[in-house]
Write a protein that binds this ligand. Structure first.
Ligand SMILES: Nc1ncnc2c1ncn2[C@@H]1O[C@H](COP(=O)(O)OP(=O)(O)OP(=O)(O)O)[C@@H](O)[C@H]1O
Length: 223
């Protein structure tokens, strides 16, 4: 059972004055949900995502992943949790430029001690990039690089995928393709997908919508 609970989650930067960017948000993300985080630029979306994925530490409040408060974990345990249970997709793809496409995909397998088998070619086929094992990231288009990044985020079969504006650098057609790919690959395997986006068309796919305004969660209209 995978579940993320966050309570009174607060993040500020600096002291005197404190700059409050997330102001006591609470919620629950359950197994296999597609959660969409929307809100204006600077409202705190990436801050929330980074806290839920253990990439950042709250100033106050807590995040529980699989029932464990992240604040009780040491760095090694947190790294292990992120490596095994989570996959990350960013706006800027973040492929390692000095590694081939295949070696980028091998990294999560190696870090988790998972046997490679045919996984690299299988996952390239799933993102419609069969035969591109030996290409370098800079030989791929933006949409292709993001598809490699998706395969890399999923190849070790994590429970949670965190995607921070994964379509931010793509044209509309590529953006739709990336969202559909993430949605279908996560849904088919019951993985939880948490996506920050500016794209209003993604909202309709969400099981849960988190709308942030000035660091606070806004109640959905009509509820
Ligand atoms: N390291 C930091 N130091 C100080 N302020 C920061 C830092 N990181 C983020 N902030 C501030 O926190 C606020 C929220 O940032 P965040 O990246 O979460 O917003 P966002 O909603 O994801 O925005 P966007 O849609 O533009 O990416 C912003 O005003 C930003 O300037």
């Amino acid at each position: 059972m995978s579940e993320i609970i966050f309570e009174s989650l607060t993040r500020w930067y600096g002291e005197h004055p404190r700059r409050l960017v997330l102001d006591g948000v609470s919620g629950k993300i359950t197994d296999g949900q597609f959660v969409v985080v929307i809100g204006r630029s600077g409202s705190g979306k990436s801050t929330l995502l980074n806290l839920l994925g253990g990439l950042d530490t709250p100033s106050q409040g807590l995040v529980k992943v699989d029932g464990v408060d992240l604040a009780t974990m040491n760095d090694g345990a947190l790294t292990a949790l992120r490596r095994r249970r989570m996959g990350f997709v960013f706006q800027s793809y973040n492929l390692i430029p000095t590694l081939s496409v295949a070696d980028n995909l091998r990294l999560p397998l190696q870090l988790n001690g998972i046997a490679e088998g045919n996984k690299v070619s299988e996952w390239l086929a799933r993102v419609d990039l069969q035969g591109r094992e030996h290409d370098w990231p800079d030989q791929l288009s933006g949409g292709e690089q993001q598809r490699v990044a998706i395969a890399r985020a999923l190849i070790h079969e994590p429970a949670y995928i965190f995607a921070d504006e994964p379509t931010g650098n793509l044209d509309l057609a590529n953006a739709e393709r990336i969202v559909q790919l993430l949605d279908s690959l996560c849904r088919s395997a019951g993985r939880t997908l948490i996506m920050v986006t500016h794209a209003p068309e993604v909202v309709g796919l969400a099981d849960q919508l988190l709308t942030i305004r000035e660091g606070r969660l806004v109640e959905a209209e009509g509820h």
